[in-house]
Design a protein around this ligand. Sequence first.
Ligand SMILES: C[S@@+](CC[C@H](N)C(=O)[O-])C[C@H]1O[C@@H](n2cnc3c(N)ncnc32)[C@H](O)[C@@H]1O
Length: 600
Amino acid sequence: MTHLSEDSKRLRIGHIPVTHKEIISKELVDFNDVCLLILPLTQPDQRSNPTELVNSLVDSVVEHLGAKATLITMGETIDLVHAHARLSSSMQYQLWVAIKRTSLKISKDNSVLPEYHFGALVHTRYNGSLNHTKTRIKYTYCPACERTTKDYGGKKHTYSSYGTLLSDVWRDISADLEKDLSGIIERFADLFGLETYSQLLVLDCRNLKQPTVVEKREKYTLQTSFFSPSQNKTNQSRLILGDSLEELRKLSDNSIDFAFADPPYNLSKKYNNYTDDLSITEYFDWCDEWISELARILRPGKTCAILNIPLWDIRHFLHMERILQFQNWIVWDALSFPVRLIMPAHYGILCFSKGPSRPLPGLMDQAEEFHIKNSSKTFQPLAPLGEGYCLRSTCVRTRQLMDIDDRGPLTDLWWDIHRLKHNSRRVDHPCQLPPQLMYRLITIFTEPGEIVLDCFNGAGTTTLTAYQLNRQYIGIELSEKYHAISGSRHREILAGLDPFRKVKRKLTEKNSPVERMPVQTYEVPKKTLQLEVRRVARILGKLPNRDDMIEHGKYPIEYYDNYFVSWGEVCAAARHEGMSEEKDSIQKTSSVIQQLNLFS
Ligand SMILES: C[S@@+](CC[C@H](N)C(=O)[O-])C[C@H]1O[C@@H](n2cnc3c(N)ncnc32)[C@H](O)[C@@H]1O
């Protein structure tokens, strides 16, 4: 078993093969446990089940669910989008779990990235946050340096010795929808092993006979010239200060080769000049409008990619599939650290083409080599790191020196690109993307010389990377401040500077909802204070409160008051025994890295 659920009473697993829909009503009578609905398998020549079939299955399950029930729906990404559309009015959305496939699904014509994940949607009948057990997965270790795959930095004393909290991307186990799903099912049985539940009922519809599909969606018709190279005679590159919708309306039909959008998420983020909290209907009406504009200006056969949180992606998907053709739902596991129970760690990048897609430039034999002055020599956009290798730059470099093949296939599941963590790489924008993400997207979806458009250009990550990759660019940004930042970074590139270099800057915009502490000198390191709390906790047999620390602690209470954001942070090390990043100090003497060190 690769996970550990604290205080879990594993649910009894019932398995019902559903051969006709009526079985569902018989098995689910005022059901108040956990139901796992596995959607029918898609036909080999299709990417999804007919919407009517998904709807009718979902309806017949929901009808019987009581007020405490949890419903997990498992299936292909597109089917889950339609399942959610049907469920959203009667159940509370909780989570989208992306699950790694064991076998890649590869398209013959290279028009989509190989598919490497399916999903499980979790909905509840109750409102409020999801009830589940605290579940951890074991730390994984890099086969080369034998240290943890993630770099836990200076916080090791605050982590569990067993493993890290489960996130919403399951890569430590894998399965195929057509085959044995028992590992996944057992994990759900532990995850929901709460007092309130006793069974996990699996309604397995994989072999349910499907009606014949009638394709009803209207699509753009393909123009004959679509494989011919884009005719970009004059350089179109520019940064535009203005409202995306207004500016998009000024652009000609069929004029853009890759449209990317990282819109505001409407999560009350504090942007300069923009309020990120429209009503949800207003937000999506607005999104539908600019997405339709992107579809209009996109050249046939080319791709539009939209990055958002999974729940919003579902809604974008429903609009996009009416006017464009689905290519990939890229899961970007942005490698956050676990800060709450099931940590939402991923974003979806929805990729749709205008009409059938051309073969993707990044998947062709002649895919370009990646050379960016000053960029890390170890990052290759079209050759991601293989599963399990760590991202520590020293280890990556040593692996290169030793000619260890640490690369894996390019798929629609990305885990080797971090969100920007170090402030030294940030400019004054609350949510700039890492350049590596854009290097990858741009090299997959475009050829040199083509036009890349970002209608929410922020601090300019897209336009800067497009320029570095010899693409033309158009960036639209509403805020004068961010527009000015991207402008000055473009001037830096022209002056030969790396716009993504580390610089000590005074940042005013926050990239995290957690209050930032003022810069200060610590009389005693925070780690020492947290370990002191652990010592006191052991004596008292409980987590100490402030008064306990005044009475039993060695250090003035003001240190705790002034150095930490919350009492939870003060007690972080007292809740855990701490972890080591070394897999096994004895084994390590024989590890590859030792041989590698001989060379350095
Ligand atoms: C999520 S951020 C994009 C960050 C960008 N990807 C980067 O790496 O810097 C969204 C951006 O959209 C901008 N924005 C919001 N509403 C806009 C609008 N109506 N037109 C153009 N830009 C807008 C915000 O000011 C913000 O900079």
